[in-house]
Design a protein around this ligand. Structure first.
Ligand SMILES: NC(=O)c1ccc[n+]([C@@H]2O[C@H](COP(=O)([O-])OP(=O)(O)OC[C@H]3O[C@@H](n4cnc5c(N)ncnc54)[C@H](OP(=O)(O)O)[C@@H]3O)[C@@H](O)[C@H]2O)c1
Length: 275
């Protein structure tokens, strides 16, 4: 295998993958927007942002297998991803490992998941070999949703098989290094699907305080987030995080973490105990 390229290397998942590859002595190119924040690793660093085809082609030149980390949420995220897919194909990248989302589909409930479905289609229509990692929500962010001792949202009694970022990174490393994963699409989930009431109880247990799940209606969810001043597309994404759980689109538990990493997936309790 030739050079591995890592986009999003200044972020949580890309940074974890880069550190793991460096520890294993694998040659890599880090692609970042801000070189001053690039991880301090023995790697070649090039600067490019999605949307800038020329910079992306230069950044991907010579890369054999590329981790394409999905962009931060954006009103035009598919166009950003299109520029990256086109640049990868033009630069001669052979295979792309893409961070998608569980249950991604053109009509999935989670509105940001529709961007991932469109990106998967772009990859499928390209000449690139592809490995798609359909990650569940990150376990790591669930505690950040707690405000004033409550986890509020319109998730009903649905379940979410959230996954630890470390597990996502380990799966991505396996997918990058082993050609057996070419042409595959994987659901990357945690070991269990929890209701938000169960999530709240676990967070309360770990923090020594009471945390409760407060079920909102969809109308209440939009009203309680209105003061953020965020644009409608962004609030739609936030609210549909919960309605996707309510609709059962994030409850499937896969064996991908243990199968690709050789160890069990991290539970919420284990992750909270490590923090
Ligand atoms: N499954 C989930 O629960 C979940 C939650 C949040 C996000 N996500 C998605 O998963 C991705 C990776 O997760 P993460 O935890 O690593 O997120 P993160 O820590 O926010 O890192 C995102 C990385 O992508 C880079 N990036 C974002 N937009 C870009 C653009 N337009 N052009 C080039 N680079 C760009 C960022 O660069 P900078 O450092 O310069 O900003 C950063 O390195 C996210 O970007 C998002 O699409 C998933």
């Amino acid at each position: 295998m030739g050079l591995i390229g890592i986009t999003g290397a200044t972020g949580a998942v890309g940074g974890r993958v880069a550190r793991r590859l460096a520890a294993a002595g694998v040659a890599q190119r880090l692609v970042v927007r801000d070189p001053s924040r690039a991880p301090d690793l023995p790697a070649d660093v090039r600067v490019a942002r999605y949307g800038d085809g020329g910079a992306l082609r230069h950044a991907f030149d010579g890369v054999d297998v590329l981790l394409l980390v999905s962009a931060s949420e954006d009103a035009d995220r598919v166009a950003l991803h299109r520029s990256a897919v086109e640049a990868a194909a033009e630069a001669g990248v052979r295979r792309v490992v893409y961070t998608s989302f569980q249950s991604a589909a053109p009509d999935c409930t989670f509105t940001f998941g529709r961007d991932h479905a469109a990106t998967e289609e772009l990859l499928a229509a390209s000449r690139l070999e592809t490995t798609v990692l359909r990650n569940s929500f990150y376990l790591n962010v669930l505690p950040e949703f707690v405000v004033d001792g409550a986890l509020r949202g319109p998730a009903g009694s649905g379940r979410v098989a959230a996954v630890a970022r470390d597990d996502v990174a380990d799966v991505a490393v396996a997918a990058l290094l082993d050609e057996e994963h070419s042409g595959r699409t994987y659901d990357v989930t945690g070991p269990q699907a929890l209701t938000l009431a169960e999530v709240a109880a676990e967070i309360g247990r770990a923090t020594g305080g009471e945390v409760t799940y407060v079920e909102e209606t969809v109308e209440e969810a939009y009203a309680s987030r209105a003061s953020s001043g965020a644009p409608r597309w962004e609030v739609d994404g936030w609210v549909s995080t919960y309605t996707a759980i309510a609709n059962g689109e994030l409850e499937a538990v896969s064996d991908v973490v243990p199968r690709l990493t050789g160890r069990p997936a991290t539970s919420l309790r284990e992750l909270l105990a490590r923090r």
